[in-house]
Design a protein around this ligand. Sequence first.
Ligand SMILES: *Cc1c(COP(=O)(O)O)cnc(C)c1O
Length: 400
Amino acid sequence: MKNDSSDKWGFETKAILKGQSPDPSTGATIPPIYQTSTYTLEGIGETKGYCYSRTGNPTRSAAAECLASLENGKFGFIYPSGIAAIHTVIQQLNPGDHVVTCEDLYGGAHRLFTQIVNKFGIEFDFVDARDPDNFIKAIKPNTKLVWLETPSNPKMYLCDIKAVVDKVKALAKSENREILVGADNTFASPYLQRPLDFGVDMVMHSCTKYLGGHSDLLLGAIVVRDEELAEKFAYHQNATGTIAAPFDCWLLMRGMKTLAVRMKQHHENSLSLAKWLEKHPLVKQVNCPALESSPQNDLYKKQMDLYNGMISFEIDADIEAVKGLVANLKIFQLAESLGGVESLSCHPATMTHAAVPAERRKELGINDNLIRLSVGIESIHDLQADLEQAFAQLPAAAKA
Ligand SMILES: *Cc1c(COP(=O)(O)O)cnc(C)c1O
């Protein structure tokens, strides 16, 4: 931007303008999709900052700069998927290193850790993230990374980011060693929670969810403040080729412009439905830390500015009734993924968490009667009416 006061901009202004100055050659207001693999040099050694699109592409840089500013970070990197971003973080480690992470981790991250990267000599321990001390207890002499995810999926548990960072960093300092802390901020989005402000070293996103916001792209991201870490990620991205296509980066930029208005509506709709569900006689438990009744409501208020669209609940019925309920929903579509403007329903035990062994699912409370909703931004009365009509068709409701 010409006169750069952009660091002081508010969130919404950054989302619309950061990294997105008019195109210098044409004045195009919206950054073009630079669909090019290479860049013509004016002479030997004379580039305009780009030489080959694996190393750097202006559309990708623009999206990365915008996202980095939303996270109050300095350097951003965009990857072809959220999982590719997590894999990138893990690849900064060496064989023999140890990672402490959350037990109700995103299923794909759990699979990556226990089926793929474990083969390269990296060890993982999974702890109940609701108590920060659990991370400290699991730290070993070879622990190099603590990996957080909050709110978690599908129980929407929160982890106190600042408490974990403070404890891990104090321990590392007292033992004169380095332990990095990273946070998967996918479920919150930077509009609700900015982990770098709580002291984490890196923030990761599946941009596929709230950042993109329209269920039409797959991308991942890492944002950091530290220049040395940024150099490592830039080097790694060029060396491994884990890059995102310009068109997807452009879609991400378009999505991020409306992040703030979308998140406010997700918050309003999901909280309204959570309150309604909480009162329903066939609902056993609603998982939503934004509810006053939640044991984590204080932490929610401390750590998050608003809530997202994610709630889960157990119904007092068997698996057949659960199947019937999701089948009868007309606006909530039965689908994996989350964070789009449209509302989705999901049955974690057979969908997102099917890869978790049944025994383990039981330990984690991912029961067969648990339903997860990604509440979109449709009219709230239509969403509630959809749930009402689906609940009314339950056999248990007919009996009552
Ligand atoms: C979806 C998701 C991922 C993986 O992202 P992809 O873009 O699907 O690869 C990682 N973490 C969380 C919390 C997610 O919801």
